[in-house]
Each structure stands twice: as C-alpha cells, then as structure tokens.
Design a protein around this ligand. Structure first.
Ligand code: 4NP
Length: 161
C-alpha cells in the first residue's frame, strides 16, 4: 500500500511545496517512490493555480532541488485521501483541525517541526514577507524535518513487517 503524505501551509507557494519536493527528492534517493506519495496544499485560497514562489525556487535550487507544482486549497476530502497531514505552523495546524470531522481525521494531523532533530524550531517560519535568508532557512529546516519524517516512516514500516 502506498502511504500518502500531505504538506500544508497558508499559501501553498513557499513552505509546503518545498516540503513536498524535498520529500520527493529524499524518497527517490532511497528508492521508495512506490511506497510513499506526496502532495501539498494551502489553507487559504490566495494563490490557487500559482507555481511555487520564485524566491523559494531559487533557494531550493541552491540545494539541488527543483520545485514543481500548482497551488491548491486544502479541503475536507483530503482527510480521507491522506494518511498523514503535516502542518508547517500552528496556525495551519489549528485551521486544519477546525475542519476535522472525527477523531480519526484529527489523529492524522502533525506539526512538521516535530520531525526536525537539528533545528530547535517548533514551526516552519513564514518567509513570504522577509528576505532571501528566510527562504534559505526554510529549505535547510525542511531538509532536516523531511529526513526525520522519512526515518520515522521507514522505522514504522520495518516494525510493521
Ligand atoms: P506559504 O507562504 O504559506 O509558505 O506558501 C505564504 C504565501 C503567501 C502569503 C503568505 C504566506 N500571502 O499572504 O499571500
């Protein structure tokens, strides 16, 4: 069975598409493309249809990662489609939780930074209104958190076998 991951931020043009594409990059490196699938969405409708922010794409490119995708808005049917929903910050987390219809839905929602081990952050900071360094920071923090998440999923899979 394919495990389905959904990364969520506010606009779906900076943090969550970065998380999605970084995770895909790591999944490919580990040859796990058949067992884990990734998608991303925004809690807002602000940028529906837009590609990832150019500043974010530049920061990702410096780490050898190409950002692809088209922004879409999170909706309640996503609770049924995904196994794990990763919120970039607390506001995203509470906005997703407010749409949950059951305890089963709520159990799928986590904060992305729970999986980071080298950074102390509890939230992925919103880089949208800041400078270049904020975008670089998001990529490095997400590389750490995605690595941790993938290790966690690999451990869970091994234990379930
Ligand atoms: P994201 O960043 O949630 O990481 O995609 C933002 C994108 C757009 C806006 C805010 C944050 N905005 O206010 O338009």
């Amino acid at each position: 069975m394919t495990y389905q991951l959904l990364f969520v931020c506010l606009g779906n043009i900076c943090r969550s598409p970065s998380a999605e594409n970084i995770m895909n990059h790591l999944i490919e490196q580990r040859g796990l493309s058949d067992s884990i699938r990734c998608d991303s969405a925004g809690t807002s409708s602000y940028h529906i249809g837009a590609p990832p922010d150019e500043r974010m794409r530049m920061a990702a490119a410096k780490r050898g990662i190409r950002l692809q995708g088209q922004a879409r808005q999170f909706n309640i049917t996503d609770f049924g489609k995904f196994d794990l929903i990763l919120a970039m910050d607390r506001e995203n987390y509470f906005d997703i939780m407010a749409l949950a219809r059951s305890q089963q839905d709520k159990n799928k929602v986590r904060l992305m930074c729970d999986y980071a081990s080298h950074y102390p952050d509890q939230e992925v900071p919103d880089p949208y209104y800041g400078g270049e360094s904020g975008f670089n920071y998001v990529i490095d923090l997400l590389l750490d958190a995605c690595e941790g998440l993938l290790n966690d999923l690999s451990d869970a899979q091994t234990q379930g076998e």
